[in-house]
Design a protein around this ligand. Structure first.
Ligand SMILES: CC(C)(COP(=O)(O)OP(=O)(O)OC[C@H]1O[C@@H](n2cnc3c(N)ncnc32)[C@H](O)[C@@H]1OP(=O)(O)O)[C@@H](O)C(=O)NCCC(=O)NCCS
Length: 184
């Protein structure tokens, strides 16, 4: 079952993240950071064992990041990752956020969940505070994927992407003439 994370879950969350970070699949997170941010996490609890986790970190009034998504390697392919993303997305909707995004190497997984690839430069600079801590800073193979949750989010996403890819069309997007960056 999915539930909000509690303090005693932190060592298991840390293990899930560390195991994947050691394989270069995600960023390490210091234990202290996980305790501080435990309220951001949902976990998949199976008979008292935490085998999946995901966090939602608010970046700005309209934007949040889906972070630290990991499912234990023995439990993959059972829909747990999808349920964890659905849970943090529902929380983003409850909070009134317009868009969620992730930085990931799992593009296909996120595309199945209605996210689309966007230029990294279309995200606010604040997002890159984690990147400067990453050993792959100059050799990054992650893509940015984003999902609008509201009509305003769809428009803002189109505008942010247009400003990067086709500044000449940004005016039309702002006027509401060109909305869809990607379908869905
Ligand atoms: C990515 C990850 C969280 C997926 O978790 P999971 O529980 O195995 O995924 P699910 O079983 O919920 O899969 C949901 C769907 O995505 C698909 N999917 C899962 N991983 C995929 C991948 N790597 N590529 C393409 N599709 C994938 C599944 O086939 C399934 O498709 P369906 O809905 O048509 O049946 C898991 O593989 C993982 O922990 N990876 C290592 C850490 C990592 O890379 N995290 C992402 C950091 S942003």
């Amino acid at each position: 079952m999915i539930r909000g994370a509690k303090i005693p879950d932190v060592p298991a969350i840390n293990e899930l993240i560390t195991e994947n970070a050691e394989r270069g699949l995600m960023l390490f997170r210091p234990l202290g950071d996980l305790y501080e941010k435990v309220r951001q996490f949902v976990v998949w609890d199976e008979d008292g064992r935490v085998i999946g986790c995901c966090a939602l970190e608010i970046v700005w009034r309209d934007l949040a990041e889906v972070k630290s998504l990991a499912v234990h390697r023995d439990a993959r392919g059972r829909g747990i990752g999808a349920r964890l993303v659905e849970a943090v997305q529902a929380e983003a909707v409850r909070l009134g956020l317009d868009r969620i995004f992730a930085l990931t190497r799992e593009q296909a997984f996120f595309e199945k969940r209605g996210f689309g690839v966007v230029p990294k430069e279309s995200l606010p600079h604040k997002v890159w505070s984690d990147c400067v801590k990453c050993p792959r800073l100059h050799d990054c193979d992650e893509v940015a994927v984003c999902k609008p949750l509201t009509e305003a989010g769809r428009r803002d996403l189109a505008l942010a992407v247009a400003r990067v890819t086709d500044p000449a069309s940004a005016g039309a997007v702002a006027e509401g003439e060109l909305f869809d960056v990607f379908p869905g």
